[in-house]
Design a protein around this ligand. Structure first.
Ligand code: FES
Length: 145
């Protein structure tokens, strides 16, 4: 399996590891199939993501994608943050091997679920923001049956 230099870098030196104590939103997602878990903390002020941290118990690609996902979301408005997809994360990492694509989906779901938590806590309706999917769904995992 071939990983890009960026994936290796973010795996070996993950950015934004940890937690935010007074986080505005926290999202925890897991993939039932591989058992990997990601937790993302967001600090949001004036509609802007000021800080993001994560804890990931999972494979190398899960660590690298959550690291990159937090890097991408810091400094973004909520509206911009909602547009971060697993594809944006993969592109920023110069790609992932096909069997590792689901790890980037987990990163996208973790961001969305932290944003959802923020919206719930503040009684906000944010256009385009959907409730987190139940993480038992396997439709993000291609070719692993
Ligand atoms: Fe499941 Fe990477 S193997 S998140």
């Amino acid at each position: 399996m071939q990983y890009s230099e960026k994936v290796m870098d973010h795996f070996m030196n993950p950015r934004n590891v940890g937690e935010i104590e007074d986080a505005s939103g926290v999202g925890t997602v897991g993939n039932a199939k591989c058992g990997d878990i990601m937790k993302v903390y967001l600090k949001i002020e004036d509609n802007v993501v000021k800080d993001a941290k994560f804890k990931t118990f999972g494979c190398g690609a899960a660590v690298a994608t959550s690291s990159m996902a937090t890097e991408l979301i810091i400094g973004k408005t909520i509206e911009e943050a909602l547009k971060i997809t697993n594809k944006s994360v993969m592109e920023a990492l110069d790609g992932l091997p096909p069997v590792k694509v689901h790890c980037s989906c987990l990163a996208e779901e973790a961001l969305q679920s932290a944003l959802w938590d923020y919206a719930q806590k503040n009684n906000l309706t944010i256009e385009g923001l959907e409730p987190p999917k139940d993480s038992d769904h396997h439709h993000h995992i291609p070719n692993e049956e």
